[in-house]
Design a protein around this ligand. Structure first.
Ligand SMILES: Cc1cc2nc3c(=O)[nH]c(=O)nc-3n(C[C@H](O)[C@H](O)[C@H](O)COP(=O)(O)O)c2cc1C
Length: 331
C-alpha cells in the first residue's frame, strides 16, 4: 500500500508521527519510533521564554540588568526549571538527524516577534527539515481587537519566515473568530502548513486552597471531532498548504477520519505516552489493513475525501447539522 504523503513539502513514507512532546527526548525512544514506522519525528518545543531568559542572563552578566531580569521572571519559570539549555536543544536536533533517516521537525513556541526568533535560523543550521511554530496565546487585553491578535501572529510568522528557508507549520488554537481567513493570511505570511489544534491546559480552581490546580490530563478520541470539523472546512478552501492534526488521535480509525477530513500529517502524543512508542506501529498496521480491505490504491486517494469541498455553503451545512442534532435528542 502506498502511504506516501506530502507534508510541508516533505515526502513522508506515511503520515503518522509523534507530536511535539518528551517522546523525542532520548535517542533510544526515537529509534523505536522510527522502527515502528514513524514518517517523521517532531521534537518538543524550545520556548520564547526560555530563549529570553538565557539572553537576559547573558545581559545581566555583562550589563548587570538585574531589575529587568527580576521583572521578566515574575510569572515565568526560572532558568533552572528548563531541563535543557538552548544550546543543548540545538545539539539534540543534530543528534536526532544523525540517528534517523526520516525528516526531523523542530519546534519553536512563542507569541511575540522579537530577538528570540533568530533561533529559527540556528535550528535550520542545526539540520532540522522543518519547523513547527506553536502559537499558544491567550489574548486577555480588552483593548486588543481580534484583528490585533491576528496581526501579532502574522508578524511573528513573517519574522520567522525571514530567518529560514525551512518549511514552517503553525500550530494553532481553535479560538480565532474567522479561522479560514486567518489561515489564508498565514499562508500569505509564509507558512507552509497549519496544525490543528493546540490543547489548552485549563487549570481548575481549588476551592479549599483558593489556588489553581494544573494537572496535565492526556487526551481521548473525543477531542478529535473539533479538529475534523476544521480540517474539513480549511482543507476544502485553502489549498497549497499542508494540514497536520494533533489532539485526540488514538487509533487507526481516528487517523483515517483525520486524513479523510484533509490531514496530510497525523500526530500522536497521548496515545504513545499511554501505550509506548511501538504503538505507532500498531496504528500504522491497522491503517494499512483498513485501506487494503476497503480497496484503496493509496493513502492519497483517501486524503480530503470527507472535506467540505463539494459543499456549496459550509456555514449552512454546519448550521443544518446543528439543528438536526438538537432535534434528534430523545428523552
Ligand atoms: C507531556 C507533554 C508535553 C508536550 N510538549 C509540547 C511541546 O513542547 N510543544 C508543543 O507544541 N506541544 C507539546 N505538547 C502537546 C502535544 O504536541 C499535542 O499537541 C497534544 O498532546 C495533543 O495531542 P494528543 O491528543 O495526541 O496528546 C505536549 C504534550 C504533552 C502531553
Amino acid at each position: 500500500m502506498n502511504l506516501e504523503t506530502d507534508y510541508l513539502g516533505l515526502k513522508l513514507k506515511n503520515p503518522l508521527m509523534p507530536g511535539a512532546s518528551p517522546l523525542a527526548d532520548d535517542l533510544a525512544t526515537i529509534r523505536r519510533l522510527e522502527d515502528a514506522g514513524a514518517g517523521a519525528i517532531v521534537m518538543h518545543s524550545l520556548f520564547e521564554e526560555q530563549i529570553n531568559l538565557e539572553r537576559l542572563a547573558v545581559e545581566r552578566d555583562v550589563e548587570s540588568h538585574t531589575e529587568s531580569f527580576a521583572e521578566a521572571t515574575t510569572f515565568f519559570p526560572n532558568e533552572e526549571d528548563f531541563e535543557e539549555t538552548c544550546e543543548e536543544y540545538l545539539s539534540l536536533v543534530g543528534k536526532i538527524k544523525e540517528t534517523v533517516s526520516v525528516p526531523v521537525i523542530a519546534s519553536l513556541n512563542g507569541i511575540t516577534p522579537g530577538g528570540w526568533t533568530s533561533y529559527a535560523k540556528l535550528i535550520q543550521e542545526a539540520g532540522a527539515d522543518a519547523l513547527e511554530l506553536n502559537y499558544y496565546d491567550l489574548p486577555s487585553d480588552p483593548t486588543k481587537t481580534g484583528a490585533d491578535v491576528e496581526a501579532r501572529a502574522l508578524d511573528l510568522v513573517k519574522a520567522i519566515r525571514k530567518e529560514v528557508t525551512l518549511p514552517i507549520a503553525v500550530k494553532l488554537s481553535p479560538f480565532f473568530s474567522s479561522l479560514p481567513n486567518f489561515v489564508s493570511e498565514l499562508k500569505n505570511a509564509g507558512a507552509n502548513g497549519v496544525i490543528v489544534f493546540n490543547r489548552f491546559y485549563q487549570p481548575n480552581i481549588n476551592i479549599e486552597d483558593l489556588d489553581t490546580d494544573s494537572v496535565l490530563e492526556l487526551s481521548t478520541s473525543a477531542e478529535l471531532r473539533l479538529r475534523l470539523r476544521w480540517l474539513a472546512v480549511l482543507s476544502a478552501q485553502i489549498e497549497g498548504i499542508s494540514y497536520g492534526v494533533t489532539g485526540g488521535v488514538h487509533t487507526a480509525a481516528d487517523a483515517i477520519r483525520a486524513i479523510m477530513a484533509g490531514a496530510n500529517g497525523v500526530q500522536l502524543v497521548s496515545a504513545l505516552l499511554q501505550n509506548g512508542a511501538d504503538y505507532l506501529g500498531t496504528v500504522l498496521t491497522d491503517l494499512t489493513k483498513w485501506l487494503e480491505e476497503h480497496e484503496y490504491d493509496s493513502l492519497a486517494q483517501m486524503t480530503g475525501t470527507m472535506n467540505l469541498k463539494h459543499c456549496p455553503d459550509a456555514t449552512a451545512f454546519e448550521r443544518g447539522n446543528y439543528l438536526r442534532i438538537l432535534k434528534s435528542w430523545q428523552p
